[in-house]
Design a protein around this ligand. Structure first.
Ligand code: PLP
Length: 376
């Protein structure tokens, strides 16, 4: 199998799996228990917290473990509103992940005013629109750092500065960026940042919200754990897995240069195919993500044939159970629905090899042209 769907999820490393198993065997206590069995669990949790903090250049006390980034995004957005009940306005973008987008639509229906900042045809954030959208009524600016579908990276430091100058809290969904690009929360200037373990070779169902020191964000789940910020007995093994994944991601950051070079090799190869268009090619992008379309050949036709050859990628359209909706991200970039449903996303990891990229290119050379001829 050649797995190029790392923006959907990444393979947990052997070290992550071993640490999680060891935790279940040796440190299965309740971290709130004041005895040696509880201490063992608490110690491992504390080490994991320190590793995640190191990856973000944050302090351990600024991290709240959650059930993943969906919960972290909810905690940031709902928490910012609860913290400032007099402010009923949120600024976000048209290309957010559904875990943000659908929550904001729900809040909009309840009367919270939402400003949806647009992107240009490269997927780049319209910073002037952002500056104009922030008002004294704004409770939060929430913008993703890197887009999961296109890999386009938003200028988060500049956006956060605009919010800071206006005295408004700033949250970033950093799920696709953390572990792939260097992250320093102070340098970025963000107040809140969401991450998810399973996008950095850790387990699913665990993530964290960074909450800058001094911000008294109210909890979503009440209880005494996480110093009252997130109730519920902790998923200690998951947290330990996240900790190992964070330490490994930090050590492996220099390897992302090679991932970027592989991505460029892939894109040069793709350019040999007729009617190829790389989405977001004019923008700053993640080292690992290629969003591409081959004329108007439907993505599903290509993906099906790739899958038969053992190659896993994904469509650019976020397909819902109810049907094949063209991606809101690609539509926001001005694409037609035909272009959007023709889009395929290949997402590499630090484990992707050159021979795998070459094999995928060879497969695409065989698959795409007959489909294009058929479509013509
Ligand atoms: N935000 C982005 C940008 C994502 O890509 C994902 C992953 O699906 C999420 C949030 C949700 O993360 P989780 O699966 O941990 O809830």
């Amino acid at each position: 199998t050649i797995y190029l769907d790392n923006n959907a999820t990444t393979r947990p490393t052997p070290e992550v799996l071993a640490a999680m198993q060891a935790c279940q065997d040796e440190a299965w206590g309740n971290p709130s228990s004041k005895h040696r069995v509880g201490d063992a669990a608490r110690q491992r949790m504390n080490s994991a917290r320190a590793e995640v903090a190191a990856l973000l250049a944050a302090s351990a006390a600024e991290l709240v473990f959650t059930s993943g980034a969906t919960e972290a995004n909810h905690m940031a957005i709902l928490g910012a509103l609860a913290l400032q009940p007099q402010r009923r306005h949120i600024v976000s973008s048209l290309v957010e992940h559904p875990s943000t987008l659908l929550l904001l639509r729900h809040l909009q229906a309840q009367g919270v005013r939402i400003s949806w900042i647009a992107v240009d045809e490269h997927g780049q954030l319209q910073l002037d629109e952002l500056a104009a959208a922030i008002t004294p009524d704004t409770a939060l600016v929430s913008l993703m750092w890197a887009n999961n579908e296109t890999g386009v990276v938003f200028p988060i430091a500049q956006a956060a500065e605009l919010a800071r100058q206006r005295g408004v809290l700033f949250h970033t969904d950093a799920v696709q960026a953390v572990g792939r690009v260097p992250c320093d929360v102070a340098g970025l200037g963000v107040d809140l940042l969401s991450l998810s373990a399973h996008k950095l070779h850790g387990p699913k169902g665990i993530g964290a919200l960074y909450v800058r020191k001094g911000i008294k964000l109210p909890p979503l789940l009440f209880g005494h754990q996480e110093r009252g910020r997130r109730g519920g007995t902790e998923d200690v093994a998951g947290i330990v897995g996240l900790g190992v994944a964070a330490a490994q991601a930090r050590a492996a950051l220099p390897r992302m240069q090679a991932v970027s070079a592989l991505r460029q090799r892939f894109e040069r190869g793709l350019a040999r195919l007729p009617q190829v268009k790389i989405n977001g090619a004019g923008a700053a992008r993640l080292p690992n993500t290629v969003s591409v379309r081959f004329g108007q050949v439907h993505a599903e036709l290509v993906l099906e044939r790739l899958d038969r050859l053992g190659i896993c990628a994904s469509s650019g359209s976020a397909c819902t159970a109810s049907g094949d909706m063209p991606s809101h991200v690609l539509m926001a970039m001005g694409m037609s629905s035909e272009q959007a449903v023709a889009t395929i996303r290949f997402s590499l990891s630090r484990d992707t090899r050159e021979d795998e990229i070459d094999a995928v290119l060879a497969a695409l050379l065989q698959i795409v042209q007959p489909l294009q001829a058929r479509a013509a």
